[in-house]
Design a protein around this ligand. Sequence first.
Ligand code: PAF
Length: 284
Amino acid sequence: MTPLLIRDREALAVALNDLPSPRGVVMTMGALHAGHLDLVRAAAARGGTVIVTVFVNPLQFGPDEDFAAYPRTLDDDLRVLGELSPAVVYAPSAADMYPSGAPAVRLDPGDLGNVYEGAIRPGHFAGVLTVVAKLLARTRAEVAYFGRKDAQQLALVRQMVRDLDLPLEIVAVPIRRDPDGLALSSRNRYLSPEQRVQALALPRALDAAVALAADGAPPAAMRRAALAVLTAAPRVEVDYFDVVDATTFRRVGARAAGEGLAIGAIRVGGTRLIDNASVSLGGR
Ligand code: PAF
């Protein structure tokens, strides 16, 4: 069944009046893959109304990033979503989302927005949080589903919900990987077959960190091993690899215990890829 496609906020408001709670939203920039569909399935499993948003948000792209080239595949997206039957697909234009142009008021992500992805992509998380807040308001979401692959985005959305007392639940959905281990991403389609093989260095580096964690190694050893994998990989440029606290994204030290997050970002050709994995800290 083809979902109801809505292109403007007034029509969305009218449609939502007749749809049952809980309203669950899955926000996307389109170019949907199986990872996105996992989010939609998680939302559908809760019952109520599933709303999928498709909007390539200019606010979260830097001037040298791939905003213009970002894949826009709405017809294909609607086709794959048809099988899962979300109630509504809200795919606004930029004019509908930002009627007065780029908004003067944006959300400040604070310190968590200035490290790792935020350090490499200045302004990115202010753009993400601003559009997420707008989409939450427009969809009147009671539950919002985010993928664990964008771990820093997930941490920031949770922080925003806590700090601003937003009345909704955030559900985190596991990373979907191809059989060779590469995490699914809309940007994987930029990779040539050769680059795709090179990109596998990132999940291999994460595997190295996870294996050391299972042996009780300290975070510094995990970082060293993962960086050794990445720097040995041909034509892979490393933006960062670290082991952090999954909530604060502060680097963890030798005395940390519990659950940590190994995070990495690389460039292969012109394509940036990020990935992460949970690691147990403080010995076995
Ligand atoms: O994760 C994404 O695709 C985007 O950052 C989001 C949450 C849809 C906001 O534009």
